[in-house]
Design a protein around this ligand. Structure first.
Ligand code: CP3
Length: 375
């Protein structure tokens, strides 16, 4: 696909707090955005989805995708926007036949379960994902420089889980059976996925995303040893291929392995030659941020990690839990940056009361300013 030229087309960035935190530069307060911030907990999202007919109807039409990306920003003073799309667009473009049954989650019509299906896998033509890149450019224009836009992809392993299982899973039986009985086939799937993800993210960068995030949502279901071989190694293969700069701007990389807290040191440095350390590691709620910060010796920024279920409590408890997370991260050096991006430890629940997010975002901004003033 031809590199499209977007230079000089986008408005200058007005709020760079999120990007500064990614680079561990000083910020006046802790920036916040929420995984799945555009979605079913917002009545305006449900209304737009009804107009578009379905989730994929939203995702495949750049005007709809733009509208729903901006919905949470109209309600809350969030510090970043995230592209409205899904991690499963990549296997769909590989020809697996994605559908979302309402209330049932994603399904693939043609899961990858035998040698023939694995042999047939290939990096898809990015033209098949043009709707995603068009959405990116359209969102950048609509944002008009308000906040940066984050692009994303699934990790090679997390995509493989859905591709082999054919949908969500409770026990990962099929994908782990393949991994343990035919590791050669599993490695082949992961190679194709890694190259597809790298090309997909690079094309998002060319279209205008200002940071990229790899969702390794199911890395944490792997055994020690298997995580390194089947998830981490292929995230590294993605990172090695990513553009680190576009249009004169450096592009920070966020890696989020849910359940990956035990492997933090290795994610910063695996000891393998050529290891690439992402700028930001996402953490779930099982990890203490202050201890994580010591373990990674402040070499990366940390993103997280409020339990999304806190949002079912009244505002006073939400504020108390926000303060606990901010305090657990700890102090900022005077005038310096330490690199904390506030987020949830996983995606926001569709049952979340929208008012809870008001309390959350206000508390993060207010309390983090206060803590910095205290030094
Ligand atoms: O964060 C955002 O606001 C951007 C949009 C976004 C979606 N999916 C929209 C979506 C992002 C970043 C994702 C990532 C994604 N998708 C992940 C990784 C993050 C995570 O939660 O671990 C995963 C595993 C998926 C796969 C997926 N997509 C599932 C399992 C489901 C159905 C169940 C569910 O949790 O919603 C989806 C559908 C989906 N993707 C919806 C949205 C808003 C709901 C679809 C609807 O409107 O019915």
């Amino acid at each position: 696909m031809q590199e499209r030229d977007n230079r000089q087309m986008f408005a200058p960035l007005q709020n760079d707090t999120f990007l500064r935190a990614c680079w561990r530069q000083p910020t006046d307060y802790t920036p916040v955005w929420l995984m799945r911030q555009a979605g079913r907990y917002l009545p305006e999202y449900r209304a737009t989805r009804a107009q578009a007919g379905s989730f994929m109807g939203l995702a495949t039409h750049p005007e709809w995708a733009t509208e729903v990306t901006l919905q949470p920003l109209e309600r809350y003073p969030l510090d970043a926007a995230i592209l409205f799309s899904d991690i499963l667009t990549v296997p769909d473009a590989m020809g697996l036949g994605l559908s979302f049954q309402q209330g049932e989650g994603p399904k693939f019509e043609r899961p990858v379960r035998d040698e023939a299906a694995v042999s047939a896998l290939a990096v898809p033509d990015m033209e098949r994902l043009r709707y995603v890149f068009d959405a990116v450019t359209s969102i950048r224009h609509a944002l008009n420089g308000r906040v940066p836009l984050i692009g994303f992809s699934g990790s090679p392993w997390t995509l493989a889980c859905y591709m082999v299982e054919g949908g969500g899973s409770d026990d990962y039986r099929l994908v782990k059976s393949l991994m343990y009985s035919r590791p050669d086939l599993m490695h082949r799937i992961l190679e194709v996925n890694a190259d597809a993800v790298a090309l997909y993210l690079n094309t998002q960068i060319e279209a205008g995303v200002q940071a990229v995030m790899v969702f390794d949502s199911w890395g944490g279901v792997l055994a020690d040893g298997a995580f390194q071989a089947f998830s981490q190694a292929y995230i590294q293969r993605v990172l090695r291929q990513l553009k680190t700069e576009h249009d004169g701007q450096r592009i920070p990389r966020i890696v989020f392995t849910k359940g990956g807290g035990l492997w933090l040191e290795e994610m910063v440095n695996s000891g393998q030659p050529g290891h690439i350390t992402p700028e930001v590691l996402g953490l779930d709620w099982t990890v203490n941020l202050g201890r994580a910060r010591q373990r990674v010796a402040d070499r990366v920024a940390l993103q997280g990690n409020l339990d999304p279920n806190v949002l079912f409590a009244p505002p006073a408890q939400i504020e108390a839990e926000v303060l606990r997370v901010l305090e657990s991260f700890g102090r900022f050096p005077p005038g310096g940056g330490a690199g904390h991006i506030f987020n949830l430890g996983h995606g926001i629940s569709q049952h979340t009361p929208p008012e809870s997010v008001v309390a959350l975002v206000e508390a993060v901004h207010r309390e983090s300013r206060r803590l910095r003033a205290q030094g």
